[in-house]
Design a protein around this ligand. Structure first.
Ligand SMILES: Nc1ncnc2c1ncn2[C@@H]1O[C@H](COP(=O)(O)OP(=O)(O)OP(=O)(O)O)[C@@H](O)[C@H]1O
Length: 628
């Protein structure tokens, strides 16, 4: 059974940290008032589930936002608490806190173990584990077991989002958690900006998993999941003084917060497609916003005049978020306890009819040889993995199919020609034998019987040869017709099939019609071999090829087409380009929406997530060369 709940939105106002005027006022427990930044003679009022003023304690916030969530977690529900707001407004203080004033994360773990202790008598066995990750520059990093790798976000067969290879640590008490989490928290990326000495440069998500199994009938098993998220703050780069690396981080933060705001907007408008896939953050928070989760959004704001514009933007986001409705469902299954063979025998189980098997709720778990490792794939998926399909770009896939067909036809041709020559040789042999026997027969003036026999043999031999020849000729004719038909079909299909409308110009451009398959191009320029500057670029092994294949006009036309495609192509259309898959197409489109058109293809380096080396590879693969 499922229930519908609005996302709970509360606001916390940080204490004043500078001598600036205070422009935010808490009217009462649920109302907040700010000066309107566009017309300072006016004020704006906002209503939320709860408004905490700057005097409130960490305990007040925990009691209001987390205690109910913990109860839900114990019942096998998904819960999510996340802190949102501009940089320096107190998000990390709210979620993590300090050793003297611990925030929601340490208090929640403490509270969870207290609840487990209290419910011990009820006949439930509980297991708690946690994972901790950060999204830094649109890459997912494990904070428990740090490694360079960008972890992939996937969706399982039941539609649940998970992060591959994310470490999970089992904890049995709060001390164990504090010890391990203390180390992991140090791995988070923070840096000093003008607005915050310890500014979070990433979004961090702590995932608490609680699995409870009932020891008595009906043997229920409940899986609760709690997401505790400290988002990176939206920042005004003029105020933070960000440059270089900080600026790039800021770009990635803005990118994902914009995606978050687009998700909220789409949910409010009741759109059919919610753009969760536009960023890693929204993908991971998919359940928290509009999905299967009890969610609480803590909005942190700074009260000073200098933050007024960011405060107003944040409150507008908060106002929209409280309209989001989540559909919450208990994650509960029922397990049949395993009984040992001995116990079954002692209970006379052997004489009873076997208990019918319940249909399994879990996906097929193909057991691997000795390790006992289970794979969550269906047999068909396992088969597909065992037989990997060679990579081919969508453009090349069609021509590859064609090549395979042509190869098989030419192979058949060859075999038929061989057959024909063998037959001809045999026929020649037969004719010779017959002629000899005929000559012998007449020479020896044999009996009439012998002569007739020889004549019949000769006639029979030549008729067999005629039939075989006719058959071969027919087959060859058929094959020729088949080949012609295929060539005709290929010509008809080339401009339209597989290529989105309006892009035929680009894909038919002489530059795309070269004979180099993308695989070869890719192999030629592995990241280590990729050129690092313009000189390298012009001296790459394709230089000769480029100069021999490209005529400057076609080259310019092609470059313009590629640029046009980057500026106007939809996500699907962008994927016509080499080295551009779904994710990169989304990055390019989002950047375009934020910053307007690309002035040149090399501007791709400005897109967060596409580094210089990638763009160089992109230029090579798409055969875009600077026009001099
Ligand atoms: N309620 C509060 N009481 C006391 N100090 C606070 C409170 N909220 C925030 N602060 C202080 O304000 C400063 C900035 O807070 P914090 O680092 O939590 O901001 P943030 O929103 O996480 O910023 P960023 O997005 O840059 O990481 C810190 O020094 C913190 O101790």
């Amino acid at each position: 059974m499922s229930t519908k709940n609005n996302v709970k939105v509360v606001v916390r106002v940080r204490p004043k940290l500078s001598e600036d005027k205070l422009w935010v006022d808490v009217v009462d427990d649920t109302t907040l008032q700010t000066v309107n930044p566009r017309d300072t003679t006016k004020t704006d009022q906002y209503e939320f589930a709860r408004v905490f003023n700057s005097d409130c304690s960490q305990v007040d916030v925990y009691n209001n936002c987390a205690i109910d969530s913990l109860k839900h977690l114990m019942q096998g529900l998904n819960v999510s608490i996340f802190a949102y707001g501009p940089t320096g407004a107190g998000k990390t203080h709210t979620m993590l806190g300090t050793p003297t004033a611990p925030g929601i994360i340490p208090r929640s773990v403490n509270g969870l173990f207290q609840l487990i202790e209290e419910s011990k008598e009820e006949g439930w066995k509980t297991e708690v584990s946690y994972s901790y990750l950060e999204i830094y520059n649109e890459k997912v990093h494990d904070l428990l077991v740090p490694k360079e790798q960008d972890l992939a976000i996937r969706c399982d067969l039941r539609g649940k989002i998970f992060v591959t290879d994310l470490a999970k640590e089992i904890i049995t008490n709060k001390e164990e958690f504090n010890k391990s989490f203390g180390l992991a928290a140090n791995n988070r990326t923070t840096a000093s900006t003008l607005l915050n000495e310890h500014s979070s440069r990433s979004h961090s998500i702590l995932i608490l998993n609680v699995t409870r199994t009932q020891a008595v009938e009906p043997f229920a098993r409940r899986h609760g999941k709690m997401y505790l998220t400290d988002l990176a703050g939206s920042e005004n780069n003029r105020m933070t003084g960000n440059e270089g690396q900080r600026m790039r981080e800021s770009g990635a933060i803005h990118f994902s917060l914009l995606a978050l705001s687009n998700v909220v907007e789409a949910l409010n408008k009741g759109q059919a497609r919610i753009p969760y896939r536009d960023s890693k953050l929204t993908r991971l928070l998919q359940d928290a916003l509009g999905g299967n989760s009890h969610s609480c959004l803590i909005i942190n704001v700074a009260p000073e005049e200098s933050h007024l514009y960011e405060t107003q933007q944040t409150l507008l986001f908060a106002r929209k978020s409280k309209r989001i409705i989540n559909t919450v469902q208990k994650n509960e299954t029922f397990v049949t306890p395993k009984m040992s063979a001995k116990k079954r025998r002692s209970e006379g189980g052997n004489n009873e009819a076997p208990i019918p098997k319940m249909p399994s709720l879990t996906p097929y778990m193909g057991r691997q040889k000795s390790s006992g490792f289970k794979t969550p794939f269906t047999p068909r998926q396992v088969q597909a993995i065992k037989e990997p399909v060679p990579f081919l770009s969508p453009l090349l896939r069609m021509s590859n199919k064609q090549n395979v067909m042509e190869e098989s036809v030419s192979g058949m041709n060859e075999r038929l020609l061989n057959l024909e020559s063998t037959l001809m040789a045999q026929m020649r042999e037969m004719n010779e034998t017959l002629q000899t026997s005929h000559m012998n027969a007449s020479h020896m003036n044999a009996s009439h019987m012998n002569a007739t026999c020889a004549h019949e043999m000769s006639t029979m031999g030549s008729s067999v040869a005629d039939d075989a020849l006719k058959e071969i000729n027919n087959k060859l004719q058929e094959l020729k017709e088949q080949q012609q038909k295929m060539q005709q079909q290929q010509q008809e299909r080339a401009p339209s099939k597989g290529v989105p409308s309006g892009l035929a110009d680009v894909t038919n451009s002489p530059l795309f019609c070269n004979n180099l398959p993308p695989k070869i191009k890719r192999r030629g320029f592995k990241s280590s071999a990729a050129p690092r500057n313009d000189d390298d670029f012009l001296n790459t092994p394709t230089k000769a090829l480029r100069s021999s294949v490209i005529n400057p006009e076609a080259q310019k036309r092609h470059n313009d087409d590629v640029l046009k495609l980057l500026n106007t192509g939809s996500i699907k259309e962008l994927q016509v380009l080499q080295k551009v898959g779904q994710k990169r197409a989304e990055l390019i489109k989002n950047w375009r929406q934020l910053h307007g058109d690309f002035t040149k293809v090399e501007d791709l380096t400005k897109v967060p997530g596409l580094n210089k080396r990638y763009v160089e590879g992109f230029l090579l693969c798409n055969l875009v060369v600077k026009v001099t």
